[in-house]
Design a protein around this ligand. Structure first.
Ligand code: 6PG
Length: 258
């Protein structure tokens, strides 16, 4: 079982910089070894600053962006120009500022009404880019998977008690989130499964804010309860697991690596 590395970081600006460092190091190592870097981006609000930093000096100049393949770990059921879109956030903060070949940006089309078809198409796209058979074959291994955690301990769009948490050979599935039922398309998601996430070579969570302190302690130090605490299901094997945690979010932890 992988032992997570947990790093406590003073404030949210340094948290964003630490995540940018992780990105650059993983990208440089992968491009040196295999001439390309495969990354699945996180949505939500925390990574925005990381993406902005990556789009500017000095980070921008440290990555050969033409060799990066961008995927997303999850997406909300909204159009790609909607403010709730994870693609939109990453595009505004990072992608449109870089010379990334269009064919290297693999958006999840969670705005399609046929979300099952969209999930299967995304699996086919993953299989094509990684050059491997699709599900039920084992999932391909991302060089880096960036994740966030919600105050309810969800990660990706794996929300507590939802169907997508069940064991499955699938890589990407639609997931309906009942607690957002009154928020229309926002409740309809596409998400990596835990099997897909746990195939990654390196997983980096970035977590900030005092509202995450209690759930984070439960996830990292509490008894196993993955249906209630979906972030506990992220245990890449044989990959590495890193938690970058801002001080307020780390307040309830008793054990950290730094
Ligand atoms: C999403 C995300 C989600 C996110 C967490 C943390 O689409 O909502 O990908 O898993 O990472 O909710 O979000 P914040 O960074 O906004 O707290």
């Amino acid at each position: 079982m992988v032992t997570p590395i947990i790093k406590t970081i003073e404030d949210v600006e340094r948290l964003a910089a630490a995540a940018a460092e992780e990105f650059v190091q993983a990208a440089r190592a992968a491009i040196a070894a295999r001439q390309r870097f495969t990354v699945a981006l996180a949505g939500g609000s925390t990574p925005r600053r990381t993406y902005e930093l990556l789009a500017a000096a000095p980070y921008r100049d440290q990555v050969d962006w033409a060799r990066v393949e961008f995927f997303w770990g999850d997406e909300r059921g909204v159009a790609p120009d909607h403010n709730d879109s994870n693609f939109h956030m990453a595009n505004e903060a990072l992608l449109r500022k870089l010379a990334v070949p269009g064919g290297h940006v693999h958006r999840m089309s969670a705005d399609r009404t046929d979300r099952e078809g969209a999930a299967r198409d995304y699996e086919a796209e993953l299989a094509r880019v990684f050059g491997c058979p699709g599900p039920p074959a084992k999932p391909p291994s991302f060089d880096l998977l960036l994740l966030g955690m919600g105050p309810d301990a969800h990660t990706l769009s794996l929300f507590p008690g939802t169907q997508a948490l069940q064991e499955t050979p699938r890589w990407v599935v639609p997931n309906f989130v009942p607690k957002f039922a009154d928020k229309g398309d926002f409740a309809h998601r596409l998400t990596f499964t835990k099997g897909m996430a746990n195939a990654a070579a390196r997983v980096v969570f970035t977590v900030g804010g005092a509202d995450k302190a209690v759930p984070l302690a439960e996830v990292l130090e509490g008894p196993p309860d993955p249906d209630r605490l979906p972030s506990q299901t992220i245990r890449p094997a044989p990959g590495q697991l890193v938690w970058l945690v801002e001080r307020a979010a780390a307040a309830r932890l008793t054990k950290t690596s730094s």
